[in-house]
Design a protein around this ligand. Structure first.
Ligand code: FMN
Length: 483
């Protein structure tokens, strides 16, 4: 079968193919394949030679669909020398997965062509307020609203004057007046224009109206020998500012803090195949680890045997027994915050069998138990590496608050998260938890004990709430630097 070299095609056909493929987001080769398929099926799009720029082509504004990238920007390009930088801006926005639909003012078309803008944005370009093909369904309103942000780059003195005064006599100004989206302006003009009293008034008005400005920067002007404030911000700066408005940074109140968390049960071996365990699933501790990580903390999770995947971005140390857990906890110090959510076995078998215990005529083997190390008390009573905030969990089946209050005093920790784990609650292994945060008023050493009872929540919600309390408490407190 003959192959086709696109390079050797007629210029008009090549231009047509480039535009059509850009509009349909296909490679030129794929577009040729589609056209040939359509021809064979008799559904061809007329192959009229390219004569007019795409802005004048008669296609209505396509609806944004769910399959498109997460964020969309309507980019208005004004008539200034800096318009050439908007071509780079389109690329910078697209590499951030921001879809870009461009509008060119009449003056902008003197500096950049709709063809170049269309090829880069992979979209049709809009230039005319009175375009019957896009205005049949109020296209300017859709361009104003079917986006998450409007960026004007370059924002000319003229466009800013129109905006500040509510003009709407062309497509760009009509969109800016009709929008209910945030608007980001990247002004660019001669320093004298920027410093002119009229521009100063317009800028002040626009700021009052909630419009966000980036730049202008200072530097050399296109005009020979002129310098000052008026250069448009670089494309990358504008794209970053747009992204910040589209995807505001998530607050990270625990950034720079190291959080140590324990979770799950411990398994205390009887012999190589048997162990003593409890019903803890580890879900609450894992949820706290994930929430602390999301809040920006460096998280070390020491987990007993659980059936859960490691939370993303968390360092997980897997252990079996209480003694191994204590070892890993000590190795993870120093930390700013320690949250001991694991259900650590209080006892272990004194003489762990080296071989599997066998049934014998002597009857049941006696299981002598000895006390396990108390991880919460050990860490709370450290003098050198004690984390500034130590939180224990109290899983109780009766006298919940009283037991938790005495645990707070006995263990020497700062807070206790008390939860009722009686079988009827379904907390052990379940997805919900009802907790009481027990602490000392104002976090004072001998302060009165305060009980903050939270409503029943998912373990994830409990985790988020606890991390929020932690973040509020530790702001300003820091661990001793690692030796
Ligand atoms: C070569 C040239 C460069 C221009 N550069 C700028 C500029 O950087 N900033 C500006 O505000 N106006 C500039 N202008 C003036 C605008 O093009 C003019 O005010 C136009 O009406 C703006 O239209 P618009 O705001 O609809 O795009 C320039 C004009 C010319 C001829």
């Amino acid at each position: 079968m003959a192959s086709l070299t696109i390079r050797k095609l007629d210029e008009n056909v090549k231009t047509f193919l480039r535009l059509r493929s850009a509009r349909n987001r296909r490679s030129v080769e794929e577009e040729v394949r589609v056209i040939l398929g359509e021809l064979i099926e008799g559904r061809e799009e007329p192959l009229t030679p390219f004569t007019a720029p795409p802005a004048a082509s008669a296609t209505p504004i396509p609806q944004r669909t769910g399959a498109l990238p997460e964020a969309g920007v309507t980019l208005i390009i004004g008539g200034g020398i800096a318009a050439y930088k908007s071509l780079d801006l389109i690329r910078r926005l697209k590499e951030r997965r921001i879809e870009v639909r461009c509008v060119l003012t009449k003056a902008a078309q003197q500096f950049v062509t709709p063809l170049a803008v269309s090829a880069l944005s992979h979209e049709r370009v809009y230039t005319d307020l009175f375009d019957p093909q896009s205005e049949f369904d109020a296209g300017h309103i859709r361009l104003a609203r079917e986006c998450d942000l409007i960026v004007v780059a370059p924002a000319t003195a003229d466009l800013m004057a129109k905006m500040a005064n509510g003009h709407a006599d062309d497509l760009a100004s009509a969109i800016l007046l009709a929008t209910n989206r945030k608007v980001l302006l990247a002004p660019a003009m001669n320093p004298l224009m920027w410093n002119n009293a009229a521009t100063r008034r317009n800028v002040a008005q626009l700021k009052r109206d909630g419009v966000v400005l980036i730049g202008p920067n200072s530097g050399e002007m296109a005009e020979a020998g002129e310098a000052g404030i008026g250069r448009m911000s670089e494309a990358i700066e504008i794209a970053t500012a747009a992204e910040r408005l589209l995807r505001p940074p998530v607050p990270r109140p625990l950034a720079g803090k190291r959080v140590l968390i324990t979770a799950g049960p411990t398994h205390e071996p009887i012999d190589p195949v048997r162990y003593i365990a409890n019903r803890s699933s580890g879900k609450q501790g894992f949820a706290i680890a994930a929430a602390a990580q999301a809040a920006g903390a460096e998280v070390i999770l020491v987990s007993g045997p659980v059936d859960l995947g490691d939370p993303r971005g968390v360092t997980v140390k897997h252990v079996e027994s209480a003694r191994q857990m204590l070892e890993q906890v000590q190795a993870a110090l120093p930390a700013d915050i320690a949250i001991f959510a694991a259900a650590v076995a209080d006892w272990r078998v004194a003489n762990e069998g080296e071989q599997k215990l066998k049934k014998s005529s002597a009857g049941m083997p006696p299981l002598q138990l000895v006390e396990n190390p108390d991880i919460l008390a050990t860490i709370s009573k450290l003098t050198d590496k004690r984390p500034p905030l130590v939180i224990g969990f109290a899983a109780e089946t009766e006298h919940l608050i009283d037991n938790a209050k005495s645990k707070l005093a006995r263990k020497g920790c700062d807070w206790i998260v008390a939860n009722d784990v009686s079988p009827a609650t379904g907390v052990m292994g379940g997805d919900r938890n009802t907790v009481h945060l027990i602490s000392r008023k104002n976090d004072e050493k001998d302060g009165e004990i305060a009980v903050d009872s939270w409503p029943a929540m998912t373990k994830e919600q409990v985790a988020i709430e606890l991390v929020a309390h932690v973040a509020k408490s530790v702001t300003g407190k820091s661990r001793e630097p690692a030796s």
